[in-house]
Design a protein around this ligand. Structure first.
Ligand code: IVH
Length: 688
């Protein structure tokens, strides 16, 4: 009865055309979002399309195909990974660690010799790329559909990690028509630094183990048996090469042309890929990228040079497992091993005690590291750093230099667990840890010379009353010799006292005297900020000055009155009260005035203007001049709320250099985005 025709007609019900359309739309928008960084539609719209497809697939499981956008997540946990034999072995490359010039020159000379090129032949054309610090992956597409993703393994046999790789939004699941029937694309899976920091932050919040570096976190995610966990790690991908490709499918003569083609098919290719002619261009690239390295949003451990022409690559061939046409030229490592010689406890201005590991000097990330903060007791315990331990230290980009891990197998017998001293190492006063706080503080206040020094430096700071030339060496001398004990003592310093200090030239002493004289003429916000009241930053000082007009009014204000100030909450109000309740603090203020420190007093502001009240801001990336705290203070002073993550409730995102996923999210949600200039303009405009 039935004819072949009827068999080929789709059953009624599911809308196959709609499914195809949804595939097309979702692939398109995922590419805009993840690869091009230019979403065309808000997240919510993408989610709606995604849910529509999911609903159809739930009702008609027969319509689910491996390239469906819904198949990025949702695979089942595996007991173990299957092995994959690579159709074309995944090679490694020879590494040069030599200096900028000799590394590149040695490679170029070798290539020319092996090609048999003499002086008359032109410069060899290379492609210079970054060497990403992640893990190599082979992506296999058959008829344009991603069918398998594998790790490098030993180069011959890797592991099938397809489920996890599918979760990476930047990796296309399906390619446009016309690509080779078999196409293997190779590249590096990595984790951006901001995503790494956020991931570790989440791990810390959950009380779970943090990751040592972005590469380990990325490798852990790729080799995660449960793809649901892999999906929570925001991995990224860069394409840099090929595996098996149907012979003759495309006519491409150079590596660079291949990269362009791969890019046009939707693969992410790093923007720092250049054509370089001869060793001089390679050297320049190595230098330029070395300078850029710290500010890149991801880790690199070097650069890679590749002969551009494929025919020359073929002519050069391989030695054992390394191609003769490529070399990796490394930078100094950002992670090194060293030993902890001591753990010192430093005392900050507010008495905060910070354990600091004193390291055997080690060259890491381009500088010599001798210290690494251990932050606080909990952190030191969590990492369990002990004196004598061999540790991994890391210094990369904007990540704070730190001890990332201890090598327990190298621990000396009897090494003692670190404990915070219960007394201040400088003045011997009791050290106390308030409930709910991570830090111990010295309770000695200005009795503690360490706190005194910090208090003086803070008062002299450029953004406080500014005493030019009064740096930490001089303050150490002044406090240690007993010449200066309190802030007013500074203004009692005569030329003779200063000039009699060791290593102090007459001219320098004269300069300090002049700087002191100059600092006397200041402003109320600078003076208030300079007093170093806990929780009173520059913005709060300004808000207080604006609100009260006069110092005496602030000194005598009740908590209720202080709370009326835009920027002041209960903790800040309490701290201001406590400060001015101490007779010695009032005394310091009086003496400073008596020494001639003055400022113009104003009238109290009639009522607080909070032009940005009700607005929510999110700060991301590094602003050119303002620190994040300064921007936050300014916004809060204007009544705005500063939140940590972007949501529909966000009104503005202020984005600086290396803004990451928060900026992407804001763009997707269509939230207004400001740079620093835009922020300042908005604050100014709203202040009237
Ligand atoms: S090309 C035959 N290019 O470095 C050449 N590798 O030993 C194959 N890597 O584990 C590699 N960035 O994962 C190439 N731009 C780049 C690279 C790169 C990072 C890694 C790769 C491999 C190792 C090479």
């Amino acid at each position: 009865m039935t004819t072949p025709d009827l068999f080929d007609t789709p059953p009624p019900g599911p809308d196959r055309a709609r499914v195809a359309e949804l595939h097309r739309l979702l692939h398109h928008h995922a590419h805009r979002y993840y690869v091009l960084d230019e979403p065309e539609i808000p997240d919510a719209e993408y989610d709606r399309l995604f849910r529509e497809l999911q609903a159809i697939e739930t009702a008609h499981p027969e319509l689910v195909t491996p390239d469906s956008p819904t198949q990025r997540v949702g695979g089942k946990p595996l007991a173990q990974f299957a092995s994959v034999r690579h159709a074309v072995p995944m090679l490694s490359i020879r590494t040069e660690t030599d200096t900028e010039a000799s590394g590149a020159e040695a490679f170029d000379a070798r290539v020319r010799r092996e090609l048999g090129w003499g002086e008359t032949e032109p410069a060899v054309e290379y492609v210079a790329e970054l060497k990403f610090d992640g893990l190599a992956i082979n992506l296999r597409y058959e008829q344009g559909v991603l069918v398998q993703a594998a790790t490098r393994g030993d180069g011959e046999v890797g592991e099938d990690v397809t489920q996890n790789i599918r979760t990476i939004g930047q990796i296309p699941l399906r390619l446009p028509d016309g690509v080779p029937a078999i196409l293997e694309v190779r590249g590096e899976v990595y984790l951006r630094r901001d995503d790494f920091n956020a991931l570790n932050e989440r791990q810390r919040e959950k009380g779970e183990k943090t990751f040592v570096n972005p590469r380990n976190a990325a490798a852990g995610a790729v080799r995660q048996l449960d793809p649901a966990i892999a999906a929570q790690r925001p991995l990224s991908f860069f394409t840099y090469g090929l595996g098996e490709v149907t012979p003759g499918a495309v006519q491409v003569a150079s590596h660079f042309a291949w990269l362009q083609l791969l890019k046009s098919w939707g693969f992410p290719v790093c923007e720092h890929v250049v054509i370089a002619r001869g060793a001089p261009d390679l050297i320049a690239f190595h230098r330029r990228m070395g300078e850029l390295r710290d500010s890149l949003p991801y880790d690199i451990d070097g650069v890679v040079y590749k002969v551009n022409r494929l025919d020359l690559q073929q002519q050069l061939g391989f030695v054992t497992r390394e191609p003769r046409w490529a070399v990796a030229h490394k930078y100094p490592a950002q992670e090194m091993l060293t030993t902890v010689q001591a753990i010192e406890v430093q005392v900050g201005r507010t008495g905060k005690l910070t354990p600091v590991a004193k390291l055997a000097p080690v060259f890491v990330g381009g500088v010599t590291m001798t210290n690494a903060t251990l932050h606080n007791e909990d952190e030191a315990r969590r990492k369990d750093v002990r004196i004598g331990d061999t540790v991994i230290v890391r210094r990369a980009g904007d990540v704070i230099p730190e001890v990332v891990a201890v090598l327990p197998e190298k621990r000396l017998p009897g090494a003692e667990i670190f404990t915070m001293p219960r007394t201040c190492p400088v003045c011997g006063s009791a050290a106390a840890r308030e409930e709910g706080e991570a830090d111990y503080r010295c309770t000695g206040g200005l009795f503690c010379s360490a706190q005194r020094k910090q208090a003086i430096l803070h008062f002299a700071h450029r953004r406080a009353v500014e005493i030019e030339g009064l740096g930490d060496k001089l303050v150490d001398q002044l406090v240690d010799s007993g010449v200066v004990n309190t802030l007013p003592d500074l203004y009692r310093l005569g030329l003779t006292a200063l000039a009699s200090l060791e290593r102090m030239a007459d001219k320098s002493a004269q300069n300090i005297v002049e700087a002191l004289e100059k600092s006397k003429q200041t402003t109320l916000p600078r003076f208030l900020f300079g007093l170093g009241i806990r929780h009173v930053g520059e913005a709060t000082a300004k808000a207080l000055a604006r609100h009260f007009g006069k110092l005496d009014a602030i000194m005598d204000a009740s908590e209720e009155q202080l709370l009326q100030v835009a920027d002041v909450g209960p903790v800040v109000a309490q701290s201001i009260r406590t400060f001015f309740e101490q007779p010695h603090n009032r005394e310091v203020v009086e003496q400073l005035r008596a020494c001639g420190v003055t400022w113009e007093e104003g009238e109290p502001a009639p009522a607080e203007v909070q032009p940005l009240a009700g607005k929510t801001f999110v700060l991301t990336g590094t602003l050119p001049t303002l620190s994040r705290d300064q921007a936050k203070d300014m916004l809060e002073a204007a009544g705005a709320k500063v939140a940590g993550s972007v949501s529909k409730k966000t009104d503005y995102v202020v984005a600086g250099a290396e803004a990451g996923s928060k900026l992407e999210k804001a763009q997707a949600l269509g939230i207004a985005i400001l740079d620093e200039a835009g922020l300042l303009a908005l604050l100014e405009a709203s202040a009237g």
